[in-house]
Write a protein that binds this ligand. Sequence first.
Ligand code: IPE
Ligand code: IPE
Ligand code: MG
Length: 260
Amino acid sequence: MTYTSSTVRVPDVAAVPRHIAIIMDGNGRWATQRRLPRVAGHTRGVDAVRAAVEACARRGVEYLTLFAFSSENWRRPNDEVSFLMRLFVTALEREIGKLHANGIRLRVVGDLAMFDTRIQDLIRRAETKTARNTRLTLTIAANYGGRWDIMQATRKLVDQSVAAGRPVEVTEEAFAEHLAMAYAPEPDLFIRTGGEQRISNFLLWQLAYTEFYFTDTFWPDFDADALGHAIESYAERERRFGRTSAQLEPQSQNVDSLPC
Ligand code: IPE
Ligand code: IPE
Ligand code: MG
């Protein structure tokens, strides 16, 4: 599947979202409420990741994208940042075999040059191992920022122009080909747990026509049922992509009213 732009062509829509993107928020507050250190929330958050991956695979979702660490999360206390790095490594080492056995393809997107080389190697090995799996593509956004993504894609277009000795044509699709997630369709459903209602520099370009779902549930408590509620809410939405409701009515009605 290559990227298709919802603003260039109206995409096909089904009751089950093909692509779900989640901002997994509220780990710290989950822990603080229980008088635990914030990082205990991150540890429990890994269990919720496992549950979300399993539930998506079961429901036939093709792409699940999880925001694990934003380009702004480096602003957190050093202790918390190093804990998150270690947790990422241990979770990846522990889970990769199971992901592979379950037909899950893993991709990691973000500015990975900022991670130490051991983490970069681990990511590359995990991606290679699972590259041919087709059941579900799990993307982890790590040191990812929507602005970074748009900037790096722009830089690639500029580099292409320099190499060609003339400006390359800039179309939406030519641009989107250089985005970090060019291999996936745009998200159908965006979920943010933890009560905040903001994008926090996640997939800025790709969320143009995505349906949004916000819940107060903290990420460690977000289970298969909670995901089910989000998908039910999605199934009730009318995705118009700029058209009117009447235009979405079944084709047969329009055909019936045509003179024979
Ligand atoms: C999300 O939970 C996890 C990451 C950003 C890594 P938070 O750590 O942001 O939890 P809250 O929002 O402070 O409760
Ligand atoms: C967004 O959560 C990033 C991730 C979940 C990885 P934050 O907790 O960092 O977002 P803000 O700072 O509240 O906007
Ligand atoms: Mg937060």
